[in-house]
Design a protein around this ligand. Structure first.
Ligand SMILES: Cc1cc2nc3c(=O)[nH]c(=O)nc-3n(C[C@H](O)[C@H](O)[C@H](O)COP(=O)(O)OP(=O)(O)OC[C@H]3O[C@@H](n4cnc5c(N)ncnc54)[C@H](O)[C@@H]3O)c2cc1C
Length: 435
């Protein structure tokens, strides 16, 4: 690795889709950018996601973002000169009973309001899109403009082109601290040295709160674990992304079926010291989400957390532990249950082999909305954190954050995502549902 810059215009902490797309948009406009990641490009959520790119089934505040994101996804391969395997095969939110149908009716109403093309289909119409589905679903909401892609290729594509335009990427480089001078960020301390900079972008994904704490800020994010399985390659079956109550599923470019939890699926939250953070804010939310969050007690996870906050060893080691996070294990029992659901819905595929499984960390913010924008203090500190369903908007979030840094304003309003909302208690709305 060449020696790291001592000084730059912008340091981005995190090389997921948010950080890489921001780097690309900044480098495109001639800004000097350094991106550091404690592991590497697409090593966390952006490399493990299901990569559904959908507009409908979202909070109204996210709709305009996603409308623009879809336009970018449609031309991204051409723009980057890089194959992302984006397939505009639509997104199907499936109802299996009347209660699910009520949810779909609400999603349809919100989509209409946001001028997103999203329509209810009958079972017969769904069968035309997914002939292998042999399960009498009640109905489905179909958004034909949506799709999916290869998330690693898309993230690497942004990084590669950003690099060609002058951005510098450093893997295995951990942000340990952020210095400020006269109320403005002035440098980032990493385990490989210090980089002087007037602008820092916190694109650290579910670790964004840890990075925010480096400048004395608090971002309410609870870390959860999701699990994904992938079958052996199959002949072409369907192009759409299937989002069912208990299962999500899509076919990749190589023919494998990638599957995970559904929209009523459960996410694991491992009990650690962070679980008790700001209980006043979180307890009502955790009670409300109780059907969707499984609390997991795991001794070694708790021990790692305790060691991190109450170190026995050297200070430096503690900081590295703090930044390194943890590698979740796939819950194969849960995934074989998911595979059973898949075979039930598509009996013709029974017997297909599961080739690999993995787990990824995602999370919930206190109001389920992303956190994106400039903070009030210190100057020069920006946040782009979309812990849940944040892969799809990645290309547009990168564009908007670059506009905010370079122009001081964004072409699409992002006020609803302001990081400072958590300091104005009333503004932190209780989410109505888990999306
Ligand atoms: C299993 C799973 C399925 C999902 N399905 C979907 C889906 O279908 N559609 C969708 O839109 N979204 C989905 N998501 C969510 C989506 O993947 C994330 O919202 C999105 O990828 C977040 O991107 P990011 O760049 O903000 O964060 P990440 O991709 O997590 O990147 C953050 C980076 O910051 C680095 N970092 C953290 N702290 C430091 C530090 N101190 N120093 C240096 N580097 C640091 C990390 O190593 C990491 O690489 C899913 C997530 C998971 C886990």
């Amino acid at each position: 690795m060449s020696s790291m810059e001592k000084e730059t215009d912008v340091v981005i902490i995190g090389a997921g889709i948010s950080g890489c797309a921001t780097a690309y948009n900044l480098a495109k406009r001639g800004t000097r950018v350094v991106v550091i990641d404690k592991q590497g490009v697409a090593s966390e959520a952006s490399g493990r996601t299901m990569a559904a790119i959908r507009q409908h089934g979202r909070h109204p505040a996210e709709m305009s973002l996603m409308r623009e994101a879809i336009k970018i996804w449609g031309r991204l391969d051409e723009e980057l000169g890089y194959e992302t395997e984006f397939v505009q095969g639509g997104n199907l939110i499936v109802a299996e009973d009347d209660k699910h149908l009520e949810r779909l009716a609400e999603y349809e109403r919100l989509a209409k309001e946001a001028e997103v093309d999203s329509r209810l289909l009958t079972y017969e119409e769904v069968k035309k899109l997914v002939p292998s589905l042999e399960y009498p679903v009640r109905a489905a909401l179909y958004s034909p403009g949506d799709g999916h892609c290869n998330p690693v290729k898309a993230t690497v594509g942004f990084a590669k082109v950003a690099e060609e335009r002058g951005a510098r990427f450093y893997s295995n480089t951990v942000a340990l601290g952020i210095e400020t001078t006269a109320g403005r960020v002035s440098s980032v301390t990493t385990d490989k040295g210090e980089i002087k900079t007037p602008v820092v972008v916190n694109a650290a994904g579910i670790w964004a709160n840890r990075v925010a704490r480096m400048v004395g800020l608090y971002l309410p994010i609870k870390v959860t674990v999701s699990h994904v399985g992938e079958t052996e390659p199959l002949p072409p079956l369907f192009k759409t992304f299937l989002w069912m109550p208990k299962l999500s599923c899509r076919q990749t470019a190589s023919g494998t079926l990638r599957f995970g939890g559904g929209y009523l699926g459960v996410r694991d939250h491992y009990i650690g010291l962070d679980s008790f953070d700001n209980l006043g804010l979180w307890l009502p939310r955790l009670l409300r989400f109780r059907r969707f969050i499984r609390l997991v007690f795991n001794g070694s996870h708790l021990w790692r957390e305790i060691r991190r906050d109450f170190p026995l060893g050297k200070k430096d080691r503690r900081l590295l532990e703090f930044a390194a996070g943890w590698e979740p294990r796939a819950n194969n029992r849960y995934l074989s249950h998911q595979a059973q659901i898949l075979w039930q819905r598509m009996p013709g595929l029974k017997g297909t082999k599961i080739m690999r499984t993995w787990a990824g960390l995602n999370g919930l913010t206190a109001d389920l909305l992303p956190i994106m924008g400039r903070v009030e203090h210190p100057d020069g500190f920006f946040v782009v954190c979309f812990p849940s369903h944040g892969f799809a908007p990645g290309p547009v979030t990168g564009k908007l954050v670059s506009e905010l840094i370079l122009n001081g304003k964004t072409s699409i309003p992002i006020d609803a995502f302001n990081p400072m909302r958590f300091y104005k208690k009333k503004a932190v709305a209780m989410p109505s549902d888990v999306l």
